[in-house]
Design a protein around this ligand. Sequence first.
Ligand code: FAD
Length: 407
Amino acid sequence: MSDFSLDLNDDQLQIQKWVHDFAADVIRPAAPEWDEREETPWPIIEEAAKIGLYSIDFVSQAFGDPTGITFAMISEELCWGDAGITLALLGTTLGVTGILGSGTPEQIGEWIPQCFGTADDIRMAAFAVSEADAGSDVSSLRTRAVYDEAKDEWVLNGTKSWITNGGITHVPTVHVVVASVEPELKSRGHASFVVPPGTPGLSMGQKYKKMGIRASHTAEVVLDDVRVPGSCLLGGKEKLDARIARAREGKSSRVQAAMSTFEASRPLVGAQALGIARAAYEYALDYAKERQAFGRPIIMNQAIAFKLADMKTAIDAARLLVWRATWMGRNGKEFTAGEGSMSKLYAGEVAVKVTEEAIQILGGAGYVKDHPVEQWHRDSKIYTIFEGTSEIQRLVIARTISGMQIP
Ligand SMILES: Cc1cc2nc3c(=O)[nH]c(=O)nc-3n(C[C@H](O)[C@H](O)[C@H](O)COP(=O)(O)OP(=O)(O)OC[C@H]3O[C@@H](n4cnc5c(N)ncnc54)[C@H](O)[C@@H]3O)c2cc1C
């Protein structure tokens, strides 16, 4: 009847083991150091590039998997090692997604390989949308893009906030910047631009100090009369002009297509949260079997054992939501109930809850840095905030299931 299966195939099992070994042998042992240093872990990126894990080929292969599960599984395994280091490795895929979402086939062919570079010439990418006054409310972007027809160039001005890999210039970094071309049209007047590495006028503003995922670089991106060739407008000028003309006439937009892109990418963020939750659960389970209080292992108290039962149940439920959504995205299914948002919402909140429970199970030991659970709790919190806050995910689900524009 159906080919449906939750068993990973041989290829997936092989990739899972390879990525897990890297997470266990390289990422996790380095995690406390990079959490303290709050810097991009270049030696680990170099090592990942050397073995092909940080590469366009690997990412394309993982995205190309027909079940849709492979990239989710990789994200979970890497984050099981450490979420901050994982974001240093996977932050580039945000820029890649921006190019894939709006670029022409020629632009995709030109820019995506440049986002990763090669093991001998590592490159990065960033996707800069958010601004200080425009996070959830993307329609309020102030960054402007003005066309200089005489030179066939776009001129970008503005400041982007909280950008993963943002403003890095000592390693060639492709910035994909969303800017307003027609401010009165709000989101319908936005366009995406590639800012090639080394473009004058793009610089790093403040680099943020963060609660968690501290090995991932987050900074402001300042755009001061940044000039890019006309060919850097993703999708091309003709398409932009036609879209703006349609918006001016009040005709329908491609909101549905943009929604599907978000619905397909959110589960992958959920998969990262899942990796942190699983790490914390496994650690707490081992600890609960070892730690003695009142002459018996603490797991012999139902109060502790039931916590672990709930943690495992929530993690498995989150994984099923994530895998369902990635499978739907890969197989072109319509997200009729906001299934992508559901998976990110649930996995993010499970990660926060499970890591908090892990601290509780470890007691005082969980609150100090001798054990990794306090870091995992700090790392987990971002998963209810970036790529759409939990409230915004609930809004998307509510609008989708009701068919009503709930404000
Ligand atoms: C570490 C980190 C990395 C990031 N990386 C990137 C990146 O690479 N690229 C990028 O473009 N951005 C990035 N961001 C920005 C991130 O996407 C935004 O912070 C996020 O979308 C929330 O926007 P905001 O911070 O402006 O919060 P706000 O929009 O100000 O929200 C504040 C609170 O109000 C709630 N709220 C807002 N509107 C509504 C509503 N309509 N209904 C109910 N509740 C609502 C929110 O849920 C939240 O609880 C990153 C942020 C961080 C912290």
